[in-house]
Design a protein around this ligand. Sequence first.
Ligand code: DX5
Ligand code: ZN
Length: 226
Amino acid sequence: MSSRPIRIAPSILSADFARLGEEIRAIDLGGAEVIHVDVMDGHFVPNISIGPLIVSAIRPVTAKHIDVHLMIAPADPYIPAFARAGADTITVHAEAGPHLHRSLQAIRAEGKRAGVAINPATPVSVLEHVIGDIDLILVMSVNPGFGGQNFIPESLDKIRRARALIGGRPIDLEVDGGVTTQNIRELALAGADLFVAGTSVFKGNDPSTYAGRIAALRNAASTVTA
Ligand code: DX5
Ligand code: ZN
């Protein structure tokens, strides 16, 4: 039994965009391993957020890993722009287009880590035949589009299934939506190792609270062994 490292990825969707640089520095100093960037197009999801310009703007502010979650369709035409902007991982949705394998190849061709996100209604089995082309699986535990939604309990079983599919491969298993100190332990036990947290970190937008909240999430999860 060895412990699986727990990594916390605050989602800047819940940051104060008027002070975005300060918000990023605060979560970086506060111990976040990964900066999660939610990109929405008002078409694949019913909300519009940010594009490559913001990724370029935050890239010089932090040396932490930038994890770009593309909730856009089509995704492929925009992969080079996010790669150039400084993304480390680029995640596309399995539901965003008919050619997932091509999207993953396009991400790796840019020299970036390739992620696939699956919506609550999408089975883990869609990943079976592209598992060798994936660096990260993102299990959506809310319907994508907004921060601050409640965790969908059925996601736990999907995390277990995704962990089983991953087997011994070096693939990150990320969970996104409604992650709190109350449920993070169960999620870690199910096999997740990368935890997106929007509201749980940024609620109130007081940078002096972020380090404590990130530590609280990590502590709540990290008693887990695998
Ligand atoms: C939802 C986004 C999430 C969201 C998480 O579409 O993908 O990353 O910001 O926010 P919380 O943690 O508040 O559910
Ligand atoms: Zn996200």
